[in-house]
Write a protein that binds this ligand. Structure first.
Ligand code: GRF
Length: 192
C-alpha cells in the first residue's frame, strides 16, 4: 500500500474529534460545509488551512463534491477523516478516494445508525453503547468496521453523561485508528 502522509478532516460542527486528531497527527486541510462550525476556529488556531464549501452554493451534489475533491487533490490528500461531517458521501467523493474515507459514529454499529444515536440507544434501553470507526461506503453510518469502543450505561446515567463517556472514547479511538493506518497495522486496501 502506498504510504499515507496527507490527511484531511471534514467537519460540520463542534470539532472535538478534529481536536483529538490534530493533537496527535499532522492534518493538511480541514473542510467544513458549515461556515459557522466551531471546528473551523480550532483548525485556524492550530494553523491548519481550513475551507468552507456550502452545499447551497452548488447546483448539485456532484458539483459540490467535485469542488471538495479538487481542494483535497490540491493538498495531495491520501486519507479523509469524517468527524461530525453531517452529509452522506456520494459517488464523486467515494470514487475519487476509494477505501480512503473513514468516519466515526457514536454507537456500536450496526446498531443505531443515523442522528441522535446515543438517544436512540437510551430509548431502546441498551445497557451498553459506544462508538465505531468505519470505512465509508455509499450508505449512512455503514461500511467495514475498523475499531469500536464500548461504554456502560448505568441506571443513574443521563443523556449528557452517556454522551460524555462516548465522546471520551471517540477521542481515544479515532486518533488510534489513524495511527494504525499510518503504521500499516490497519491495511485499508485489504479490507473487502
Ligand atoms: C461525534 O459524536 C461523531 O461520532 C458524530 O458526530 C459527532 C461530532 O462531534 N459523527 P465533534 O464535532 O467531533 O465534536
Amino acid at each position: 500500500m502506498k504510504p499515507i502522509r496527507n490527511i484531511a478532516v471534514l467537519v460540520s460542527g463542534n470539532g472535538s474529534n478534529l481536536q483529538a486528531i490534530l493533537e496527535q497527527h499532522p492534518i493538511s486541510v480541514v473542510i467544513s460545509d458549515q461556515p459557522e462550525a466551531f471546528a473551523l476556529q480550532r483548525a485556524t488556531k492550530a494553523g491548519i488551512p481550513a475551507f468552507v464549501f456550502e452545499r447551497k452554493n452548488f447546483s448539485s451534489r456532484t458539483s459540490f463534491e467535485a469542488a471538495i475533491v479538487a481542494k483535497l487533490q490540491e493538498h495531495q490528500i491520501e486519507l479523509i477523516c469524517l468527524a461530525g461531517f453531517m452529509r452522506i458521501i456520494g459517488k464523486t467523493l467515494l470514487d475519487a478516494f476509494p477505501k480512503r474515507i473513514i468516519n466515526i459514529h457514536p454507537s456500536l454499529l450496526p446498531a443505531f445508525p443515523g442522528l441522535d444515536a446515543v438517544q436512540q440507544a437510551l430509548s431502546a434501553g441498551a445497557t451498553h453503547t459506544g462508538c465505531t470507526v468505519h470505512l465509508v461506503d455509499e450508505l449512512m453510518d455503514h461500511g467495514p468496521i475498523l475499531m469500536q469502543a464500548q461504554v456502560k450505561v448505568e441506571p443513574s446515567d443521563t443523556l449528557a453523561s452517556v454522551l460524555e463517556k462516548v465522546h471520551r472514547e471517540e477521542h481515544r479511538i479515532y486518533p488510534q485508528v489513524i495511527a494504525e493506518i499510518l503504521s500499516g497495522k490497519i491495511r485499508l486496501d485489504e479490507i473487502a
